[in-house]
Design a protein around this ligand. Structure first.
Ligand code: PHE
Length: 525
């Protein structure tokens, strides 16, 4: 077999003398043998990568004989075998014929009758002609020699009789490339220190890197986690501490009561909140998953919360209803990450007390999952992520909140924001945050914010001059905008396309992102 150097020389010299090679099928080695297809492809690719040749692919149908087809080519068709078995004088019985030819007897008879080669006379087959021409054998022989047949109908017929199979044959038409030459310039694979020192790198040709390979199969971050990372960076740059949000099940106390949210508030209804059901195992006859938690470590604080709800305090008249601990004990899936913020602020009050009343200003943030018993649609799921920030310091004002929101949203690439008065049970005043969208020509909601109420902070034990500003927004909306998804079910749940997770780009909340971000309606869920 010819080596690839020999094939290379053959191709180059043929191109040199003929100008081009119409079909590589015509190439022959010195001893007249055709060149295997794979060897040709290898050489052509290597020459093409050096721009020495260009080539196009020629596809041709090639017909070859099946085992049965080859048998016919060698020893004749079934019908010819039948004819030959019939004795010119005495004929043959069907039993004898079957005995002699096996399955061919049956297959061949029909065609031999049809060709009027034989006929049946009182159970004996006799010849109707003295000699025959076995056209089928001639046809398959022609195909075996040429790979095709002059009559397309014959090819079809022989294919349906399973004597012939069709395959695609690939060959190439080759022309000289811009860098055609009879000799192959050696290409350098590595740039060495010597080449740099002696200047030879200027004239050398370098082999192109071949980066083909399997992409590494590793873990891939979900888009939500990528956008979360960007928000985390903003918070860390601004000196915030991350709150521990690793509990999805929370007591109603921290989610609602500590936040001065009355027990009759509609948000505390099973239509809006997921309540836990007690789960009892028969085996142990114990509640393994309780529906309530009465595990309050600081009953004095719980009583202060009861007092402020029922009768007021810290400058408030309260709600004037009978606060019940049973309601506060109910376990739920947290409906907002503000449940964690309330717990952290309580701890801050405890820390102040432990420090002999010396208050430490604090900046907290969290980005984690929350749950609401909502109807799922293209933009709402029953679980989503909230981004939340909290700043606690003495004598903060609404002006501080407004100013800080400007800094925060500018970091997200949103330069101008506007505020609208709103209501939250736990903040007063409360403000929705809007941004002007030049494309939609309207103000769109980005998030919600406010100053935590004295009824909440006072009960915790924080001094009246300690003010806490806080805000929240959703993580899903900016993520969907960033990654061009318009159905939230493409982002979370069983319909998520894993390729989307694996191939989406890293996230950067740049100026452009900010513009896109304000391009949709509310960012807050
Ligand atoms: N907890 C609010 C929500 O779920 C967001 C918020 C946080 C509002 C802090 C004010 C202050 O929508």
């Amino acid at each position: 077999m010819a080596s690839s150097e020999e094939i290379q020389t053959l191709i180059l010299t043929t191109l040199d003398t003929q100008g081009n090679i119409e079909n590589t099928d015509s190439l022959r080695t010195a001893d007249g043998a055709p060149i295997p297809y794979l060897a040709v492809v290898g050489v052509l690719n290597s020459l093409a990568s050096k721009q020495m040749v260009t080539y196009t692919t020629i596809e041709k149908d090639h017909y070859s004989l099946t085992a049965e087809g080859n048998e016919i080519a060698d020893s004749g068709s079934h019908e010819a075998k039948v004819f030959n078995a019939v004795d010119p004088k005495q004929g043959i019985t069907i039993a004898e014929l079957t005995n002699l030819l096996g399955p061919s007897a049956k297959i061949g008879q029909g065609k031999a009758f049809k060709n009027k080669w034989i006929k049946k006379e009182s159970d004996i087959l006799i010849r109707e002609v003295t000699s025959i021409v076995d056209l089928t054998q001639q046809d398959v022989l022609e195909i075996r020699e040429t790979g095709t047949h002059s009559n397309p109908a014959t090819l079809k017929d022989l294919q349906s009789r399973k004597h012939v199979e069709k395959a695609k044959l690939i060959s190439y038409s080759v022309s000289k490339g811009p860098k055609f030459s009879l000799t192959i310039e050696k290409q350098a694979t590595d740039l060495t220190a010597d080449m740099l020192a002696n200047g030879s790198w200027r004239t050398l040709t370098f082999k192109k890197y071949n980066f083909a390979g399997n992409p590494p199969q590793g873990g891939h971050l979900h888009p939500l986690m990528k956008v979360r990372e960007e928000f985390r960076k903003i918070f860390f740059e601004l000196g915030f501490e991350e709150m521990p949000t690793n509990k999805y099940v929370e007591s109603s106390f921290w989610n609602f009561d500590a936040l001065f949210q009355p027990q009759q508030h509609p948000a505390r209804d099973a239509h809006d909140t997921f309540f836990l059901l007690a789960h009892l195992t028969l085996e142990h006859l114990v509640h393994v998953d309780p529906a309530t938690s009465s595990n309050f470590s600081d009953m004095e604080y719980v009583n202060r919360v009861k007092e402020v709800h029922s009768h007021g305090g810290y400058g408030s008249i309260g709600y004037g209803y009978d606060w019940k601990i049973e309601e506060a004990e109910k376990l739920i899936l947290r409906t907002h990450t503000t449940s964690v913020s309330s717990n952290m602020l309580y701890r801050l009050a405890q820390e102040t007390k432990a420090n002999g009343g010396v208050f430490r200003p604090a900046k907290f943030f969290s980005i984690d999952r929350v749950y609401r018993n909502e109807t799922v649609d293209a933009t709402h799921l029953a679980e989503f992520h909230q981004v939340e920030g909290v700043i606690a310091d003495k004598n903060l004002t609404l002006g501080d909140l407004i100013g800080f929101m400007q800094v925060f949203f500018e970091k997200m690439g949103i330069p101008s924001i506007k505020f609208k008065p709103a209501f939250n049970p736990y903040t007063e005043p409360s403000m929705e945050i809007f941004s002007w969208h030049p494309g939609l020509e309207k103000w769109v909601e980005l998030g919600n914010s406010g100053m935590f109420r004295p009824e909440m902070l006072g009960a915790m034990g924080l001094d009246p001059d300690v003010r806490v500003i806080a805000w929240g927004l959703g993580l899903e909306r900016p993520t969907m905008i960033k990654y061009g998804l318009d159905n939230i079910r493409e982002l979370l749940g069983h319909k998520v396309d894993l390729d989307m997770i694996q191939s989406n780009s890293a996230c950067r909340l740049d100026k452009k992102m900010g513009k896109e971000l304000v391009g949709r309606d509310a960012v807050i869920a």
